[in-house]
Design a protein around this ligand. Structure first.
Ligand SMILES: [Zn+2]
Length: 419
């Protein structure tokens, strides 16, 4: 809707939200999305709903890959016109409010949604499409909580029969969340296959508690032992560098972001954009424009080294980072400060064997926890005290850096100081 059609209170609230966000940016207090959104919602508690009205909206949620998939989806839907999006990962309702207020009257919006807030944002925004990527443990969450989240999603979707769901057929938790929606009406769910590397949180069927069986011959296939939950046939699939659409047409995706994980994220974006009427042939080339994702991937040249930073925030995303990193010297950095979680025992849930055969360096507050883990996994490594020392220790060429939250931020800050 255009801004001047907003109710008076909403219009005022949107304006305050924008002003506060701009002030916050101008005074160097971050990008201002949270404070702006919070102030706007104090004046008009329904501000998000008012700002969403009249727009065609896609929501993107899941434990991993939602920031990147949101960027890809916004680029793909951008074929049609201007798209509002929360590009700084401010993925709670205050961030959504701020993103829409800042964007003004765009006909489209693509919003990344924290998985805990999906029900609330569904209610407020009445989206056209919801993309459900994956569910796995984040920091200290355990498999039980993952199944509870799947149940919450399932209940949330039951209240929105008109929403189209684009969901990952490879993740039993996501399938459980979307299955009732799919069963309640034909054509309500589009299934994609983007692979599932991390399976430790999906051994048990969320519907009945029986064991999830995997197929030796077909590594993506899975079914509950009782047969009540079975992998749906996906309409969108991927290969190493292409997305295959429901008509069987293959679209090469030339991405600047690495790894097959991102080909999967691209498939999701094309499937969502397709529901908006965008053909995958038109959308695919636009995905190449996404070069970096703030706080997730970054690439910097320094001292003859091409340094690539990958964020790995939980066990599933460590496996994804191993998929993205090339067989080149690799620095691992782990802290255990508040945003990271204090417990590093999850390190033992991740198989570090893919790093064997390359030069491995370790650093960070909890480098010694990493050292123990690598010893057990038979991966030789060198400990370095600083990022500078790591750069000096590798030959000119690529240096892959895989780090958790605050370790990533530390290195990012160090690179910004010098460059
Ligand atoms: Zn079952």
């Amino acid at each position: 809707m255009t801004e001047n059609k907003l109710p008076l209170r909403a219009s005022l609230a949107a304006s305050v939200s924008r002003t506060a966000a701009a002030l916050s940016r101008a005074t160097g207090r971050g990008d201002g999305s949270v404070i702006g959104g919070r102030l706007g919602m104090m004046i008009d508690p329904d501000l998000l709903a008012h700002l969403a009205a009249g727009r065609r909206i896609a929501l993107v949620s899941g434990t991993n890959g939602k920031t990147t998939t949101t960027r890809f989806t916004a680029a793909a839907v951008g074929v049609l016109g201007e798209v509002a999006t929360n590009s700084f990962g401010a993925n709670m309702p205050t961030g959504h409010t701020s993103a829409l207020a800042r964007a003004g009257a765009t006909p489209y919006a693509v919003l990344e949604v924290d998985e805990h807030y999906l029900a609330q944002v569904l209610r407020a925004t009445t989206p056209l499409v919801v993309a459900l990527l994956n569910l796995s443990r984040d920091q200290l969450d355990r498999a039980k909580e993952v199944a509870m989240m799947a149940q919450l999603w399932r209940v949330a979707l039951a209240d929105h029969p008109d929403v189209h769901v684009v969901a990952n057929a490879d993740d039993p938790m996501v399938v459980y969340a979307a299955a009732a929606h799919a069963a309640a009406g034909a054509g309500r769910v589009t299934w994609f296959s983007a692979g599932q590397r991390w399976r430790e949180d999906a051994h048990v069927c969320p519907a009945c508690g029986a064991h999830i069986e995997r197929d030796e011959a077909d590594e993506d296939a899975w079914r509950c032992a009782t047969g009540d939950l079975v992998r749906p046939e996906p309409q969108w699939t991927v290969d190493e560098s292409g997305v295959i659409d429901p008509d069987g047409v293959r679209h090469e995706v030339k991405l600047q972001l690495p790894g097959k994980v991102n080909v999967g994220n691209a498939a999701t974006a094309l499937a969502v954009a397709h529901r908006f009427g965008v053909s995958p042939a038109d959308a695919a080339p636009r995905l190449a424009e996404v070069a970096s994702v703030a706080g997730r991937y970054a690439q910097v040249d320094r001292d003859g080294r091409n340094i690539r930073l990958l964020l790995a925030k939980n066990p599933a995303s460590w496996l994804e980072a191993f998929d993205m990193a090339e067989e080149q010297p690799t620095l691992l950095s782990i802290n255990a400060r508040d945003p990271d979680g204090f417990d590093t025992s999850w390190l033992f849930d991740v198989d570090f064997a893919p790093l064997r055969g390359r030069q491995v360096l370790i650093t960070g507050d909890r480098a010694y926890d990493l050292a123990v883990r690598l010893e057990v996994n038979d991966v030789p490594f060198t400990h370095v005290k600083s990022f500078d020392e790591a750069v000096a220790a590798v030959p000119p060429g690529r240096l892959e850096v895989i780090a958790n939250y605050t370790a990533f931020q530390d290195i990012r800050a160090e690179l910004d100081r010098v460059v």
